[in-house]
Structure formats: structure tokens, C-alpha cells
Write a protein that binds this ligand. Structure first.
Ligand SMILES: Nc1ncnc2c1ncn2[C@@H]1O[C@H](COP(=O)(O)OP(=O)(O)OP(=O)(O)O)[C@@H](O)[C@H]1O
Ligand SMILES: [Mg+2]
Length: 222
């Protein structure tokens, strides 16, 4: 489903170059459960951003469901990202002034889905994450775990093929974190590919495939 081939990404800060990714190659199939661990600054988020088409590689190839992503223009990349990829971040990244329901509805709105279908799909998605009773709450009226569950509902409302999670439990207590992990893992049954970046060895071990990033290099699976 996904193939990265020799993807590199460098950042220039002043006169200094940072090699965030060094010729990273990786294949991911539908239904795969992949964890990526490694030291701070090793390139994990950079890799996730490229997989999520939030950032472009400087060199190398990225194929997603048969399409060469690097050859798409901005509009094509935006469309692919919105329709096929979900993102869950450590800091939730919900829109503060919108209710839970409106946050979840946002991708549908951008995709031009009619209001009645939107309402129906949002209700189903909130139900799936156990937040029907919190539909009208704004993010500041929700707990951290609830916020992340809203973020998961939003990330999956377009039925993406790939779900990327960058430290999804990093801001949560153990109990809420466990609930979030269960929700994410439940998506695997639907054939979604799940890639989780984490510093938590226990979470990392739950995946079927364990990758390790060190200084921009993706190391062989342990
Ligand atoms: N936009 C940017 N501009 C300049 N340098 C960047 C940028 N993004 C990342 N870097 C650098 O690239 C390297 C990899 O960063 P990245 O955020 O991918 O690390 P990480 O593995 O996710 O770390 P952490 O575990 O702390 O989240 C770091 O050295 C970082 O300073
Ligand atoms: Mg990071």
C-alpha cells in the first residue's frame, strides 16, 4: 500500500544542515501495525510528516496506493492527505472554538459532504469513541482522553487507509492512554494501516512491527 524508497530530508538552520532522514526505505501494507521508537531528534516526527504528506522529501520516492506522491502538485497532495490519511497528535490539535461534533465534521465539510450525511456520520463516529454525550462540548470542556478520542474520530471520519499517530498517549494518564490505544488498535480490523511513534516501550511492543529510528536512519526491525 505504501512504499518509501531512499527518502531523505534535510533542514538548514543558519549555516548548519540537519539530516533528519537519511535514505529511509519502508513498506507498509493495509492492516499493518507499526511502531517507531528512537531517541529525541532522531527523525521520527519528520518521517511521520512525510508519510502524512504534511512535508515533502528532498529526495527519494514515496508511493501511496500506486500513486507517486512526490509527483503530485499541492492540490493533489492536499486531496490525498484529506481523503486517505488520518493524523493523531500528542497535543490533540482540535479547533478550540468548535464543539466536538464540529471538529469531527471538519474533514467532511472540506470534502463537500452534504449536511444531513455529515450529521449522521459524525454521530456514528462520536458513538464509536464513546462521546455521544459530549458532542456539544468544546475541547476546553473535555478531558485529555476525551480530546484525543475526538481527534481519533476526526482522523478516521474520511475512512482513511493510513492512520499516523505521533505520541498519541504522551499527554494522557495511563487509563486514558489505554482507552486511546484500544480505539486505535480497533481500527486495524477495518484494514487501516496504523503507524505509531512513541517513547513508551510498552505501547511500542504492542505493534506487530517494531522500527527504530537513530540519527535519521531507520534501523532493521527487532
Ligand atoms: N522544520 C524544521 N527545521 C529545522 N530543523 C528541523 C525541523 N524539523 C525537525 N528538525 C530537526 O530534525 C531532526 C529530527 O526532528 P524530529 O522532530 O523528526 O525528531 P523526533 O524523533 O520526532 O524527536 P522527538 O522524540 O523529540 O519528538 C532534529 O534534529 C530537529 O531539530
Ligand atoms: Mg517527534
Amino acid at each position: 500500500m505504501i512504499a518509501l524508497d531512499a527518502v531523505s530530508r534535510e533542514f538548514q538552520v543558519g549555516s548548519q544542515w540537519v539530516h533528519a532522514l537519511r535514505e529511509v526505505s519502508l513498506g507498509i501494507d493495509a492492516g499493518d501495525y507499526v511502531s517507531i521508537m528512537g531517541p529525541s531528534g532522531s527523525g521520527k516526527s519528520t518521517l511521520l510528516n512525510i508519510l502524512g504528506v504534511l512535508d515533502r522529501p528532498d529526495s527519494g520516492s514515496y508511493r501511496f496506493e500506486g500513486v507517486e506522491v512526490t509527483a503530485l502538485d499541492d492540490a493533489g497532495q492536499t486531496r490525498l492527505r484529506r481523503e486517505r490519511i488520518g493524523f493523531v497528535f500528542q497535543a490533540f490539535h482540535l479547533v478550540p472554538r468548535l464543539t466536538a461534533a464540529d471538529n469531527v465534521a471538519l474533514p467532511l465539510l472540506l470534502a463537500g459532504v452534504p449536511a444531513d450525511e455529515r450529521a449522521e456520520r459524525v454521530a456514528t463516529a462520536l458513538d464509536a469513541v464513546g462521546l455521544t454525550q459530549r458532542a456539544d462540548h468544546r475541547p476546553d470542556q473535555l478531558s485529555g482522553g476525551q480530546r484525543q478520542r475526538v481527534a481519533i474520530a476526526r482522523a478516521t471520519i474520511m475512512r482513511p487507509g493510513l492512520l499516523l499517530a505521533d505520541e498519541p498517549t504522551g499527554n494522557l494518564d495511563r487509563h486514558s492512554g489505554g482507552e486511546v490505544v484500544e480505539l486505535l488498535e480497533g481500527l486495524l480490523d477495518q484494514g487501516i494501516a496504523l503507524v505509531v511513534v512513541t517513547h513508551d516501550p510498552e505501547l511500542g511492543q504492542r505493534a506487530q512491527r517494531h522500527l527504530r529510528m537513530v540519527d535519521g536512519v531507520l534501523e532493521a526491525e527487532a
